[in-house]
Design a protein around this ligand. Sequence first.
Ligand SMILES: Cc1cc2nc3c(=O)[nH]c(=O)nc-3n(C[C@H](O)[C@H](O)[C@H](O)COP(=O)(O)O)c2cc1C
Length: 184
Amino acid sequence: MDELHPLLASRWSPTAFDPSHETSEERVRLLLEAARWAPSAGNSQPWAFIVGRRGDSDHARLVRHLAPSSLRWAADADLLIANLSHRLVEGTDWAFSEFADYDLGQAVAHLTVQAHALGLHVRQFRSFDRDGLHREFGVPAHWQVTTMCAVGSALEPVAGTPLRERRDVSDLLWPAAERSLSAG
Ligand SMILES: Cc1cc2nc3c(=O)[nH]c(=O)nc-3n(C[C@H](O)[C@H](O)[C@H](O)COP(=O)(O)O)c2cc1C
């Protein structure tokens, strides 16, 4: 019988990373390669990444801007990645692409699944000081650090994939989807 691909079925987002794990440079390059091959509107590829590996200055600069909630676990991830979307045409308030965030999300999804294929784990997150990161890395107004990824080797759970809950497939279809979301 056909089934969900094991990479998708077994992926999960940890909140505890092995502080001694090291991701090789070759693997980092492969993660970016996976992001690179994501589809995007008009092939606009409106994404960029700031990558910090534990021990380098960018990792330390990224850690400095984690929110207290993510600092608890993300600082232990040996790779921290800031995910940037190219939102505006430089010097204007015109959208560079109406799909910039959507496309960045797909690129990060590719990176996430590739990481899992390598036996790594990723937690995407928003809990960081966006303005602080923009100042730290000189990100201009037409770009935005939209999310971050903590990447490394998960310490939890001790056995297997944790329980991950989702709405039922039948609740994804319109209009049932709207009813199931408003029912909470
Ligand atoms: C755009 C985005 C923002 C997120 N922000 C946070 C966050 O700030 N803090 C956090 O702990 N997890 C964050 N997460 C992780 C989600 O909570 C997690 O993916 C979700 O609970 C589903 O769990 P799973 O990835 O293990 O299936 C975020 C995920 C995404 C995609």
